[in-house]
Design a binder for this molecule. Structure first.
Ligand code: UDP
Length: 328
């Protein structure tokens, strides 16, 4: 019988790609999503439960109906700027939402849990490459809320035998190479989709947030990973847990940092079009540089990123961008 995996946030950008990877690996991805930031159109690979993580009865009903063998928890608020303006919203949605979900999973006896954490849990560490053992000193409520959930998972591991794979992502980019799903946020705040929007003429220009950072070209540096490679890692994470290998943290990055100016230049090359750019002030809460220095996912999980070059990420995102995104 096909094994179900409950995917919270399965209608969102990363969750939808994970659902495709799960389906391709022979699982039934069951999306649990309140559609606040997700799209019904993105749910193409399994059933959809439209409900909120705050709704414990709906969570219990989903576990009872589908009897998932594991949970993948993506649903969260994830914008650094918003988190700085309205931290209460982040603590409530992310931390209370995760607590409800974890308690429902434990009550249902579903003890294998894959969690989307983030390199934002590290905060600003003066450009050092980061690995699973680097100290976590988040500088915004988004990173702090994710870090609190990591602690929660450890506590439920000790008390209830919950087993968790925690993925700390670096920056996620690109789109499904077959363009079935892709990145589509309303409003959009992320660098690459905004750049492509500016290139396509859908917005006047991209504003670069800060050119006075202590980096070679003055702009922030990030480690970008292709969303389909990230999705593959999540399937490996589920299999890791189902194979009884126990709780583990993995960083998911490529080890290569790209500055905002370098991403702009690559976008110009890939699309062969001009990129209208404005140089603006720093954005509050942004770390100078976030780059993964870890090989653990490759060595232990057998993760082999296939499309995480900047060229492929922008090319896939551009192909998807030209489809126009989701409509509902
Ligand atoms: N960025 C920018 N202009 C924008 C959006 C983002 O210069 O309109 C920069 C941002 O300051 C950061 C990088 O691009 O250095 C990646 O930002 P994004 O919001 O995509 O991801 P984050 O790093 O916040 O998770």
């Amino acid at each position: 019988m096909t094994q179900a995996v409950l995917v919270t946030g399965g209608a969102g950008y990363i969750g939808a790609h994970a659902c495709k990877a799960l389906r391709d690996a022979g699982f039934l991805p069951v999306t649990y999503d309140n559609l606040s930031n997700g799209w019904r159109d993105a749910v193409r690979f399994g059933p959809l439960v439209v409900a909120d993580l705050a709704d414990r009865a709906a969570l219990d009903a989903a576990f009872a109906q589908y009897r998932p063998v594991a949970v993948m928890h993506f649903a969260a608020l994830s914008l650094v700027g918003d988190a700085m303006r309205d931290p209460g919203r982040y603590w409530r949605a992310n931390v209370l939402g995760a607590l409800n979900l974890i308690e429902a999973a434990v009550a249902a006896g579903c003890l294998d849990f894959v969690f989307s954490s983030t390199c934002a849990t590290y905060g600003d560490q003066d450009g050092v490459v980061l690995d699973e053992d680097s100290p976590q000193r988040p500088i915004n409520s988004y990173g702090k809320s994710k870090r609190a959930i990591e602690d929660m998972l450890a506590d439920f591991g000790a008390s209830h035998g919950l087993r968790s794979v925690i993925f700390r992502y670096f920056n996620v980019a690109g789109a499904d190479p077959e363009a079935e799903v892709g990145e589509y946020h309303q409003p959009e705040t992320h660098l690459i989709p905004l750049l492509l929007d500016a290139i396509a003429g859908n917005r006047p220009a991209l504003t670069v947030f800060g050119t006075d950072y202590p980096t070679p070209d003055g702009t922030c540096i990030r480690d970008y990973v292709h969303v389909s490679d990230l999705a593959d890692a999540h399937v490996l994470g589920v299999n890791w847990l189902l194979d009884g290998k126990g709780s583990r943290v993995f960083c998911l990055g490529t080890g290569s940092g790209f500055s905002v100016r370098e991403v702009i230049e690559q976008s110009r090359i890939v699309t062969n079009r001009d990129v209208p750019v404005i140089y603006g002030d720093r954005r509050a809460g942004d770390a100078v540089a976030l780059v993964s220095g870890s090989d653990r996912a490759r060595i232990e999980l057998g993760w082999a990123p296939r499309r995480s070059t900047m060229h492929d990420m922008i090319a896939d995102a551009w192909r998807w961008h030209q489809t126009g995104g989701f409509c509902g």
